[in-house]
Design a protein around this ligand. Structure first.
Ligand SMILES: NC(=O)c1ccc[n+]([C@@H]2O[C@H](COP(=O)([O-])OP(=O)(O)OC[C@H]3O[C@@H](n4cnc5c(N)ncnc54)[C@H](OP(=O)(O)O)[C@@H]3O)[C@@H](O)[C@H]2O)c1
Length: 417
């Protein structure tokens, strides 16, 4: 271990968690020195002892440090701070997935130009190791798919809905327990998971940061009824982020799916994150663990600091080669099996109408189930289709919705796993 002089920027949840580990932690890092903390105000949860406090975070790169740990979150101020540190010849460690997703390509290029490193293990799944594993440990493998449940809040909400809870109540519980952000929209609308799979896709497939095209949907429209109907076919509902190599490019998507209850990802409950990776040499394997929290995130941050301090001559991580960016396949060209939920008027001929519209778009059914009448007099119909191209399904849905007998419609794609 070489001596490492560290400056932390931000003094919130993750920064104080890191501080506690650095101060009380392992003698492995007794060689390190915490030079200063960039904190615009005190945090009543944590006493920084004699550590120097710098009120202007932009003055931290000017301190006598080797590495700046960026823990302020957000995008544009974090970008400016990281750029200042890299241009001042300081390494950067960050847990900030948003800034790596939005500006990763620029930040990595500036790091390379300045002969320093930017490391971001805890930007995806906090301390559960996946970033350096993809970039370093799987170097001998050709990766064909990375798919994961990458947002703990979403998984907590869906796992509880599976047990019968309703969306609003369980979202409130996630906020009370500190799993969800005070504004949880990036969690539940699929963006946070998209940022994370975007970062993993850059490591697995050299795709850009930011990625050029992405299909993103959240879990806001999922209801407990969907779980009930899924259960009848041994399926459940999860939010999945997927990067998959195809002959003509890669697919990048972050949306709810139905998957078999027997699959390993379906078994992950609560705030846990899980990733499945398919490679040529190792085959399919999974990594699962805590994807949030101050201790878990400190674990990932410290693994980056260890990588930096081990041997300055060995690259701690292999960066994507952005000159080899693959094309991103248009989501509309992808093919899925679908769960289609319709609420229809209770009158004769409706099933024949639905069958006709689907037949016009060459969509065949695997199963059709008519459910008991709702209080409003409508009848729910659940259809499981055979594989069909997304664009065809969207046109068929539009045609269905243009009929006055169809009152409500929704699709969830079915993921083979
Ligand atoms: N929480 C987790 O479990 C987790 C897991 C993995 C990754 N992360 C990432 O870790 C980062 C930090 O998260 P967190 O949970 O620690 O957030 P947090 O508790 O909100 O802390 C953010 C800290 O940064 C400071 N800050 C924000 N903007 C600033 C600015 N413009 N100038 C100076 N200080 C500024 C805040 O100061 P004020 O208090 O004065 O606003 C606060 O001290 C984020 O990028 C997050 O995505 C978090």
């Amino acid at each position: 271990m070489t001596k490492l002089k560290i400056g932390i920027c931000g003094w919130g949840n993750v920064a104080t968690g890191l501080y506690e580990q650095l101060i009380c932690g392992n003698e492995l890092y007794s060689e390190w020195e915490l030079v200063c903390i960039g904190a615009r105000r005190d945090n009543p949860r944590c006493n920084p002892g004699n550590t120097k406090i710098v009120r202007d975070i932009f003055a931290v790169p000017d301190e006598d440090i080797d590495v700046l740990v960026e823990l302020i979150g957000g995008v544009e101020t974090a970008r400016e701070l990281i750029l200042k540190a890299l241009n001042a010849g300081k390494h950067v460690v960050t847990a900030n997935k948003a800034v790596i997703y939005e500006h990763g390509e620029e930040l990595i290029e500036v790091a390379i130009t300045n002969n320093v490193k930017i490391l971001f293990e805890s930007a995806v799944c906090a301390g559960t190791p996946v970033v350096k594993m993809l970039s370093n440990d799987l170097g001998a493998n050709k990766i064909s798919k990375v798919a994961g449940m990458l947002n703990g809040t979403t998984n907590f909400i869906l796992s509880n809905m599976e047990e019968g809870a309703n969306y609003e109540n369980v979202l409130q519980e996630a906020q009370e327990k500190g799993y969800a952000e005070p504004d949880p929209s990036l969690d539940v609308n699929g963006t946070d998971a998209a940022h994370k799979i975007g970062i993993l896709a850059s490591l697995a497939f050299n795709s850009g940061l930011p990625a050029s095209k992405f299909h993103i949907e959240g879990i806001e429209d999922i209801t407990s009824q969907d779980f009930k109907y899924a259960h009848e076919f041994n399926l459940t509902v999860k939010h999945l982020a997927v990067a998959q190599l195809q002959d003509h490019g890669i697919e990048l998507r972050s949306h709810p799916v139905m998957l078999s209850k027997e699959s390993s990802l379906a078994g992950l409950k609560g705030v846990r994150n899980g990733i499945q990776i398919n490679t040529d040499l190792l085959g399919e394997f999974q990594v699962a663990g805590s994807g949030a929290g101050r201790e878990s995130t400190a674990s990932g941050l410290i693994s980056d600091l260890i990588a930096l301090s081990k041997n300055q001559d060995i690259d701690p991580m292999r960066y994507p080669d952005f000159s080899k960016k693959p094309s991103i396949i248009d989501f509309n060209e992808l093919s899925f099996k679908y769960y289609v939920y319709l609420e229809v008027k209770d009158e004769s001929g409706v099933l024949a109408l639905i069958s006709k519209i689907f037949a016009e778009h060459k969509i065949s059914f695997d199963k059709v189930i008519q459910k008991d009448q709702l209080d409003n007099g409508n009848v729910p119909m659940v259809i499981f289709t055979d594989p069909v191209i997304e664009s065809e399904m969207q046109i068929a849905l539009k045609d269905l919705k243009s009929n006055s007998v169809i009152h409500n419609s929704k699709i969830i794609r079915i993921e083979d796993s």
